[in-house]
Design a protein around this ligand. Structure first.
Ligand code: NA7
Length: 895
């Protein structure tokens, strides 16, 4: 026992209070690893747990069939390669007793039990500002005084009350899956009711059915379940693991889910029905949640249509497994995207409903009215039962922390009050106003959307490393700032818009507990990205934390760790990791070749009605164009489109994904113009080509298959410049009539001194020096104030209505805003989209920067308004799968 600990124990006796550096609540996966790491770091610690032994959730959840649903090879500690070698799991998915044995083995191996007080619940925790310590009272033994207080309470440890009238009147036996008796339950010959069809129920129902005389399952919401295919660990994973354990573990740490699977890149609409079915059957046979949740196609978790395909295939499987069609139909989920609610792994679950002693009651058709002395009464029947099993779940995430309330922080603030409108955290690890307070896998961290074992280790390592570093530097308190916490909340919200989790009523969102404030609690940005963010906080000098100590100046490096949209951050990190030479160093030809090559690697865009190429007569010869047409029969309003590329790069095809996407969203026809480029054709060629092409397209709209009448113009970047200039030239040169202009991150001025040029000079792909290069190639300094290249210098009155898009992290941001404001000041109807967290290419990177979708929805609505069309495109024509599913309305809201 270290000296410090002996001293601490001695002081307990003297003062009746246990003095430690760190108190931990919980002795499950997280608590055990914390004790190990804290002791190695030389910090004294005690863990307090209501249970009689180690295990956490695995101590309590002993219901029949309880197993993990992440392959056990992955659901293991990885901190000690010798431990990894010393324990071999017997099955692909270990049972609860085996997992509990493993945790006991770990506790013994590292001698952790000596620092655990079992059967001890914390009844109150109060921050003592003067002493800079947490003071804890318990229901068993000495109070505890600690410098740091850490919740290792797990996410699913506070069972939810059943919320059904009459439970107290029931004269039979009542059990909760989350609090199953340790000596087992004999259900032989009994009439049993199971309420709930979540993971716990789906694991236990087949085994209960084997024992019970009759089993009645009361189902409120059907869940997706797939066969676990349990047995020995699969050979492919075992081989991968055994071949290089360290690499396997590292890949898990950097992955999105904490399980080493690659990122899928192929999207659903790039695959044929047969290919999709093959992938699905492989995933179904693999019996692995992470596989089926991540490996089918890239858009399965982020796009409603891509996801709906999986739901269909699973419902087909349910239909094939369950003989009675009415029961099968009742078991088929329709109310949530696959994966938005935790799917389950089962062993014979659906087939269990073919047994003569099993009945399914669909509570959507006959809600439970009451529990009586002898059974359960629904709207349609009374079911006599001897035993009721509540598999009704947990007050997830916050419930586990609130279970050890009150937690009172600085200034007497209670955590319950602070979280009255939902949990607010920084990194899911800390809370403003609660110094020296940490949560392992708390709300705001990947937690339940990840392999918990990997997330727990990452959290514990980060926290203990920080505590040791603070101690070594002489700091005694650490607390996040309000700015950092608010920023994390915004980043959480940004992340939650990427995935489909927000579209289901689940315990992820608090929807399972009546009265609970709703909001997605786990972080959806992925395990690897989350890890890199935590590391960035450290490398940027504990960004967002205030540190104080008695003999050291307070340190507060305030700020938000992630200001970019989550997918923009991933894209920029990927680009940075490629270490590309600056585009401007490649020469014009080299840069064109590079951009062409780069574009080949991106998703081409979803199918639309028709794509056709042609040429139009320009001022000095033919100019190529490409027409993108909607699937619905025309004629459609015509949008003349100008691609980006700094007047140097790109062509009429280079913004194809954007054009396709806008065609689908607007139901309009886009004609993308191949205007001539610098350095061969310098100013004003691009501008004059743009104008001439617009004029020709307007005059030949009918021939092109478009609607005659005013055209619209649109462009991105330098193309936005050409679109803006075209509107001015059309006004001054007698037409053509232009009904509206969409300017996406346009170049509008030759001045480089606006703040966005400095703030975003480097690091966001379009750099200041690249812009200088473009300008130099296209336009001599003497010509730069000409409105045909700097439309902001021209007359802006009398222009068509405009929708101007600017991105926060773009050198061109401020000149775009200036142009919008200048037009508005002259009475032009202008709408602006100032896209927070986005960079110059965000909206062009369709199907890569998913968070750009809502912006493109707004752009499309603006174009439709300009064209005098209703806001929504009619369904069924532009959607790749050609069906209007009931979820389309949710999908529209989502995208
Ligand atoms: P879950 O997944 O929250 O499942 C609870 C189930 O109980 C679910 O089907 C609920 O239906 C149902 N439920 C809850 N309250 C009621 C009432 N009042 N009446 C009828 N039915 C009710 O908990 P589990 O323990 O199965 O699994 C938790 C996690 O542990 C699991 O996801 C894995 O990660 C491991 P609802 O869907 O709310 O309509």
């Amino acid at each position: 026992m270290p000296d410090a600990m002996v001293a601490a124990r001695a002081s307990d006796k003297a003062h009746g209070t246990q003095q430690v550096d760190v108190a931990v609540v919980g002795a499950g996966f997280a608590g055990l690893y914390l004790l190990h790491r804290l002791s190695k770091a030389g910090l004294t610690a005690v863990a307090l747990d209501e249970a009689g032994d180690v295990g956490g959730t695995w101590y309590w959840n002993r219901y029949p069939g309880a197993r993990c649903d992440i392959q056990t090879i992955d659901y293991s500690y990885t901190f000690d390669p010798e431990l990894d070698q010393a324990w071999t799991w017997s099955e692909k998915y270990a049972t609860q007793p085996e997992i509990l044995r493993y945790l006991g083995f770990v506790a013994d191996r590292y001698d952790l039990r000596r620092d655990i007080r079992f059967k001890t619940k914390v009844t109150e925790a109060r921050w003592d500002d003067a002493a800079e310590r947490w003071q804890l009272t318990t229901n068993n033994g000495a109070p505890v005084s600690c410098r740091h207080y850490i919740m290792a309470t797990g996410c699913l440890s506070a069972p939810k009350p059943p919320e059904i009238d009459g439970v107290k009147d029931f004269e039979g036996k009542v059990y909760f899956t989350g609090r199953w008796p340790h000596d087992g339950v004999n259900l032989a010959g009994k009439r049993v009711a199971v309420i709930g069809t979540g993971s716990s129920a789906i694991q236990s129902i087949p085994l209960i059915a084997e024992q019970a005389a009759h089993l009645t399952v009361f189902q409120r919401t059907p869940n997706f379940a797939l066969p676990a295919g349990n047995g020995p660990a699969p050979e492919d994973r075992k081989t991968f693991f055994e071949s290089d354990r360290a690499a396997y573990r590292e890949q898990a740490r950097q992955s999105m889910t904490g399980v080493p699977y690659p990122q899928q890149t192929v999207v659903s609409w790039q695959l044929s029905d047969t290919e999709r079915r093959e992938r699905f059957e492989r995933a179904w046979a693999a019996g692995d949640l992470v596989h089926i949740l991540t490996q089918l196609w890239a858009d399965q978790g982020v796009d409603f249509d891509g996801n709906a395909l999986i739901g269909e295939l699973i419902r087909e499987k349910i239909g094939a497994a369950v003989k009675d069609p009415e029961t099968a139909a009742a078991l088929m989920p329709h109310d949530h995207p696959f994966g938005a609610k935790r799917p389950c792994l089962d062993t014979n679950y659906y087939a269990t409903y073919n047994r003569p002693n099993v009945t399914l009651v669909n509570l959507r058709q006959e809600p439970i009215k009451a529990i009586t002395a002898g059974g359960i009464t629904t709207g349609k029947r009374h079911v006599d039962v001897d035993v009721i099993v509540f598999a009704t779940g947990f007050d997830a995430m916050t419930g586990a922390i609130r279970a050890v309330h009150p937690i009172t922080g600085r200034g007497g603030k209670s955590l319950t009050d602070v979280w009255a409108q939902g949990p607010q955290t920084y990194l899911g690890l800390t809370v403003e106003g609660f110094p020296n307070f940490f949560m392992i896998t708390g709300p705001g961290s990947p937690s339940v959307l990840s392999n918990m074992a990997v997330s727990i280790e990452q959290h514990v390592d980060w926290v203990v490393d920080r505590l040791a570093a603070l101690r070594d530097a002489g700091f005694t308190t650490i607390e996040p700032t309000e700015t950092a916490q608010t920023g994390w909340g915004r980043h959480m919200a940004d992340c939650s818009m990427v995935t489909l989790h927000r579209l289901a009523n689940t315990w992820y969102t608090g929807a399972n507990v009546p009265g609970k404030v709703q909001g997605l609690m786990p972080y959806t940005g992925g395990v690897g990205p989350y890890r890199s963010i935590c590391d960035e906080v450290t490398s940027r000098g504990m960004l967002g934390f205030k540190l104080t100590g008695p003999e050291i100046a307070a340190q507060c490096n305030d700020g938000e760790v992630v200001r970019l949209q989550p997918d923009v951050r991933l894209v920029l990190n990927l680009l940075a990791s490629l270490n590309l030479p600056p585009i401007e160093s490649m020469g014009a030809q080299g840069a064109c070749a590079f951009v062409n090559e780069f574009n080949k690697g991106r998703p081409a865009g979803r199918p639309i009605g028709e794509i056709a190429d042609g040429t139009l007569p320009g001022t000095d010869g033919p100019l190529p164009y490409r027409v993108y047409k909607p699937a619905a029969p025309g004629p459609h309003p015509v949008v003349v489109y100008f691609h980006g590329g700094g007047w140097v790069l790109g062509d009429e095809q280079s913004d194809e994904p954007f054009c396709r996407d806008m065609v689908r969203r607007t139901g309009m026809m886009f004609v993308s113009v191949g205007y001539r480029h610098a350095p061969e054709h310098r100013f004003p060629t691009a501008a004059e080509d743009g104008y001439a092409a617009t004029r020709w397209i307007a005059e030949h709209a009918t021939e092109l298959g478009g609607k005659p009448g005013p055209v619209l113009v649109a462009g991105w970047s330098a193309g936005g410049n050409i679109a803006a200039v075209t509107c001015q030239l059309a006004r001054d040169r007698g037409g053509p009539a232009i009904a509206g202009q969409l300017l996406v991150c346009p170049v509008t001025d030759c001045s480089f001194d606006r703040p966005s040029y400095n703030d975003n000079a480097t690091g966001y792909f379009l750099t200041r020096s690249l812009m200088y290069w473009f300008w130099d190639l296209y336009c001599s300094p003497a010509d730069r104030t000409d409105p045909r290249v700097s439309p902001l210098r021209g007359k802006v009155a009398g222009l068509p209505p405009a929708f101007v898009v600017t991105c926060e992290f773009d050198p061109l941001r401020d000149e775009g805003i200036a142009y919008a404001e200048a037009m508005a000041a002259e009475g032009v109807p202008v709408e602006q989209l100032k896209a927070g967290g986005h960079f110059h290419s965000s909206f062009a990177m369709v199907d890569v920067v998913i968070t750009g979708a809502p912006g493109r929805v707004q752009m499309a609505q603006a174009l439709r308004r300009f064209a005098g069309l209703p806001p929504e495109v009619s369904l069924g024509d532009e959607h790749s799968h050609g069906h209007a599913s009931p979820g389309h309305r949710i999908a529209a809201a989502a995208s």
